[in-house]
Design a protein around this ligand. Sequence first.
Ligand code: GLP
Length: 249
Amino acid sequence: MMRARVFVTAEAVGRALALDVARRLTEQPDTVLGLPTGRTPIPLYRELVRLHQAGRVDFSRATTFNLDEFRGLRAVDPRSYRAFMRHHLFDHVNLSPRRIHILDGAARDAERESEHYERAIERAGGIDLMILGLGINGHIGFNEPGRSLVARTHCTRLTPGTRRANASLFGNRASAVPREALSMGMATILHAKRVVLLATGASKARSVARMVEGPVTTRLPASFLQMHRNTEIWLDRAAAGNLDVRIRK
Ligand code: GLP
């Protein structure tokens, strides 16, 4: 059973999770975090930066692994997820650069890069807290809906809808969004000790309800989180709008 927490606004979701992460880092400074990109986690990152500047969160011993990256973009490309993370978080907190991990979208051998990433996660002792966003179509990371899912980190083809959803990073041109991406696989995600999925805004309400109440299906990859014993879904009211279940704040 997935536990849902509903907040009034997207900002409130971000603030609450930032405090949770800060508490966690105080208790266990070498926590391994899995991190998402997209619009949804921006309030979280903004609040983490604020807490850091106020001396209330210390990342010096933390390790991070980002979920995914576009294929073919160099790390310095301003449209890469690495650039996004630098802009929103990494450049403003005291994470040690050698403990920041993002898939290299420019790696020539995607398979090798993926295996390397899996090994790095293992060496770090696994992911303690995996924070996820949710694609409008129910994807997590870049695990797209389809007939099957891939267990481990891999190179994947993006659906036209996902390319459209990411167009804002590419001058609002879906055709400029890379066709492929590297992503953690479903098993990589499910192996995390704790998972917190964030979803905000009415555009996510349908997928949220299907994820929680529908069957586990590769047609809605996030539904696989039903099989994880420690998954929480943190929503704003708009994203919770289609949920039938009784939800507690
Ligand atoms: C992208 C990312 C996902 C993210 C999703 C939702 O496709 N690969 O990891 O969760 O977008 O993005 P947003 O938060 O902007 O809705």
